[in-house]
Design a protein around this ligand. Structure first.
Ligand code: FHN
Length: 422
């Protein structure tokens, strides 16, 4: 997105900036080995070694409507699901390959069911498409930094026609944006070294994407520089920090804020990993979401369904608990963004219009201090239950004349204040 057109792009970006919270879904053949989505590369598995997973893939418990209900109940407003990851396996019925879910025992177009189910629950739908493809014979293997056959001598002299792979890539993206109705996000992943920008014929690719779906928003992983004052046409509409929340949010080199979305796993893997039970807590997820919004960003929270087609139970439990918080406090997330105030010592602010939301992470001793807001805080109430909060200066606190103080009720209630400043 050219930043000079940032304002005009707001009609496209508006829902994304309002939504703030989405579900990332990494699913595919790698759910069977259950060692994460990079298993082919990490274990140097050949196409033949990996073939048994293709022949066995049969997610009999795949009910995407249940996934959509879980996302909705968690307060997520959109989802992004892998249509093809680096292993090249297509979860959609592509006419350009036999390496697809409809040719496995599943015999289903998993992407079609996904978009229909999530739309039925009122969520926007995005598609993740890997630029890397370790299955396609025309994708460079030997010497590539990521390919499973990167150091296999048998691949040293293999011939490949990369332009033929790029045509395949463009053809599949055309299929996805033609055959599956309105798609809201195209999430390309990822560029590296010389495999970036025009190596993918990215200018033509983005032109096609925007012609097919003019409303669509695109991430920044085609290899452009979204932070440039003059970004390439394929630089994307939002930045996509991964497993990190940028300390200051994301701005371009002119200091203008740009849309961004942090993508984060619930444990340590994007794809299903049976051995990884080290999950974040609901509180950590809520605080990550609040931090993203307080810095003007979104959170795309990942689930990695198993080979049966189920979201792991620990993930469902976290999503459910986050949803409980969102039902009481979502007003402080949706459509909110950075507040024009320094970060307070007790937590974070989010703001929407003249309404300030104080997220009290660490209850202070005594009242909550709104530094420098004396006379501006008109009234305060606890967002979770709507109860009025007392605005009062602590006894004998004359040295804080420029501060406004709000007294929290007793412990136990969620630490959330909705405070109106004029
Ligand atoms: O290699 C992928 C990885 O498997 C996962 O899809 C993440 C999600 O953003 N992207 C790449 C790593 O940056």
């Amino acid at each position: 997105m050219a930043h000079g057109t940032y304002a005009t792009d707001m009609e496209r970006m508006g829902w994304f900036l309002d939504a703030r919270f989405g579900m990332f879904i990494h699913w595919g053949l790698y759910a069977i080995p259950a060692r994460g989505e990079w298993v082919r590369s990490q274990e140097r598995l050949s196409v033949e070694d990996y073939r048994p997973y293709f022949e066995a893939f049969n997610p009999t418990r795949y009910q995407p409507r249940e996934w959509a209900k879980a996302a909705k109940a968690a307060g997520q407003k959109y989802a992004v699901m892998t249509a093809k990851h680096h292993d090249g396996f297509c979860l959609f019925d592509s006419a350009l390959t036999d390496y697809k879910a409809t040719n496995t025992p599943a015999g289903r177009d998993l992407i079609r069911e996904y978009v229909e189910a999530f739309r039925a629950e009122g969520l926007k739908v995005g598609l993740y498409y890997s630029l890397l493809d370790w299955h396609h014979p025309d994708y460079p293997a030997y010497g590539d930094p990521h390919h499973p056959m990167r150091d296999n001598p048998a691949f040293r002299d293999r011939k490949h026609d990369f332009s033929r792979y790029v045509a395949y890539l463009h053809g599949q993206v055309r299929e996805l944006l033609t055959n599956y109705g309105r798609i809201d996000i195209m999430w390309f992943d990822f560029s590296y070294g010389e495999m970036a920008g025009e190596a993918w014929r990215a200018t033509d690719l983005v032109r096609m994407v925007r012609e097919l779906q003019p409303h669509i928003i695109i991430d920044n992983r085609l290899g452009g520089n979204i932070r440039s004052a003059h970004p390439e046409p394929y630089a994307g509409d939002f930045a996509s920090p991964e497993q990190i929340i940028p300390p200051e949010g994301v701005t371009n080199e002119l200091g203008q804020p740009i849309p961004w979305e942090a993508c984060i796993t619930l444990n340590h893997h994007w794809g299903y990993c049976a051995a990884d039970n080290d999950y974040k807590t609901p509180k950590q997820v809520v605080r990550a979401l609040v931090e993203c919004v307080s810095k003007g960003g979104n959170l795309l929270l990942n689930v990695g369904p198993n080979a049966k087609g189920e979201i792991p139970q620990p993930s469902l439990e976290i999503l459910s608990e986050v949803g409980r918080w969102m039902r009481a406090n979502g007003e402080s997330i949706y459509g909110c963004g950075r507040a024009d105030l320094p970060k307070p010592e007790w937590g974070r602010y989010t703001q929407k219009g003249n309404r300030l939301y104080a997220h009290v992470f660490d209850r202070p001793i005594g009242p909550v201090n709104f530094r420098g807001l004396a006379g501006k805080v008109k009234r305060a109430r606890l967002l979770a239950d709507g109860s009025e909060l007392r605005l009062e200066r602590p006894w004998n606190a004359t040295e804080y004349a420029d501060d406004a103080f709000v007294t929290l009720p007793g412990a136990g209630l969620p630490d959330e204040i909705d405070t109106v400043i004029e």
